[in-house]
Each structure stands twice: as C-alpha cells, then as structure tokens.
Write a protein that binds this ligand. Structure first.
Ligand SMILES: *[C@@H]1O[C@H](CO)[C@@H](O)[C@H](O)[C@H]1NC(C)=O
Ligand SMILES: *[C@@H]1O[C@H](CO)[C@@H](O)[C@H](O)[C@H]1NC(C)=O
Ligand SMILES: *[C@@H]1O[C@H](CO)[C@@H](O)[C@H](O)[C@H]1NC(C)=O
Ligand SMILES: *[C@@H]1O[C@H](CO)[C@@H](O)[C@H](O)[C@H]1NC(C)=O
Length: 165
C-alpha cells in the first residue's frame, strides 16, 4: 500500500475534523448561489484554485452555477463539461477514471446548478480534450464546504444563533 502524500493526509485529517463537527451542529441553511469563475464562468484559462481561495468559504447547502458554452477555433468545436473526480489524487493528476459526468456540453448555456449537499470535498474538472482542459486550463476546482454554524469563527456578521452557546 502506497504511503499517503502529506497533502492527502492533511485533506483526510480535515475531513475527519469536519465530520466530527458535523455531528454537533444542525440547523436549516439558507441557500446561496455562487457562479463558478464569477464573470468568466467555466472556461479554459481561468485559475479556479485562485478563484476558490478568493471566494471561500463555501457552505453545505450552497449551490454552484457552472456557465459555459461551445465555441469554435477554426474547424474545431471547443466544448466543456463538468465531471466529479473520485478523490484528491485523481484531482491532482486530472485522472478521470471512475469520474462521474454531472453535466454534459449542452447543459452550460443556462447554467448548470450543483448543490453542495454534503460535508465532503468536491473535485470538479472538465474532461474535454481527453483531460487537456483539466491539465492545462486548468479547468479544475476543489471545493470543501463547511457548516453555516461556523460563521462566528469567520470574521463575518455576528448573529444570535443559539446552537453555539
Ligand atoms: C493558480 O493559483 C494558485 C494560487 O494562487 C497557484 O498556486 C497556482 O500555481 C496557479 N496555477 C496556475 C496554473 O497558474
Ligand atoms: C477546415 O475545413 C475546411 C472544409 O472542410 C478544409 O478545407 C480546411 O482544410 C480545414 N482546415 C483545417 C485547419 O483543418
Ligand atoms: C457542444 O458540442 C458538443 C460536442 O460537439 C455537442 O454534443 C453539444 O450538443 C454542443 N452544445 C451546444 C449547446 O451546442
Ligand atoms: C440578540 O439578542 C439580544 C439578547 O437577547 C438582543 O438584545 C439583541 O437585540 C439581539 N440582536 C439581534 C441582532 O437580534
């Protein structure tokens, strides 16, 4: 069995901590819609790691909107889609084995909505060009939603929620 890389260990640890906390907190969550990539949408040439860092935190219950459409380059059609990759290692390597297509090339025009319904990391990527978009775009996005009730830990508007007393 391969030794886990440091980053993978960290991710596992983070996941465990989050899962432990999940059992403590409950509450109904207001839904927030977040447009992936902001004004750029889901396209080649945007650094989604940077976008995610600037946009975080993401919360369980938030929905991500993926907006994309086909374009042409000479005789070629350039298209995009949204896959969910299996784990962090597959994400790092743009490995689409065991990946799951959540939205195909025709679903981005009106915006494809994906709800972050679970407390777990989500690994998104575009598999167009046999992974070229993922490797070189780099059209890949890692999102780790946290719980709404963590708000007091984030410098944000305080409220009178009672489940943290
Ligand atoms: C994307 O942004 C992150 C964070 O700033 C950086 O570490 C990474 O090298 C960037 N990736 C590319 C392909 O520019
Ligand atoms: C594009 O398509 C046209 C018509 O089929 C063809 O004549 C041309 O060689 C193609 N161009 C390239 C770069 O493949
Ligand atoms: C985009 O291109 C793909 C692959 O060529 C095609 O299947 C899809 O229907 C196209 N989508 C739109 C909205 O034209
Ligand atoms: C929070 O609760 C306190 C005491 O119950 C109350 O005085 C205060 O107005 C509340 N603040 C808000 C923003 O609701």
């Amino acid at each position: 069995m391969a030794v886990l890389s440091t980053s993978k260990k960290l991710l596992l640890l983070l996941t465990i901590v989050l899962l432990a906390l999940a059992s403590i907190s409950h509450g109904s969550l207001p839904l927030t819609e977040i447009k992936v990539g902001g004004e750029f949408g889901w396209k080649y040439g945007v650094n989604y790691t940077e976008w995610a860092m600037n946009t975080a935190p993401f919360y369980v219950g938030d929905s991500l909107g993926f907006y994309y459409k086909n374009s042409s380059l000479g005789n070629f059609t350039i298209y995009h889609n949204v896959h969910l990759l299996r784990d962090f290692e597959h994400f790092l390597n743009c490995d689409f084995s065991d990946s799951y297509e959540v939205a195909d090339s025709s679903q981005g025009e009106g915006g494809f909505e994906f709800i972050l319904s679970e407390l777990r990391p989500y690994f998104f990527a575009c598999d167009a060009g046999e992974g070229f978009h993922c490797r070189n775009g780099p059209m890949k996005l890692l999102v780790m939603p946290i719980l709404r009730s963590w708000i007091p830990f984030v410098p944000c508007k305080p409220d009178n929620s009672t489940d943290l007393v």
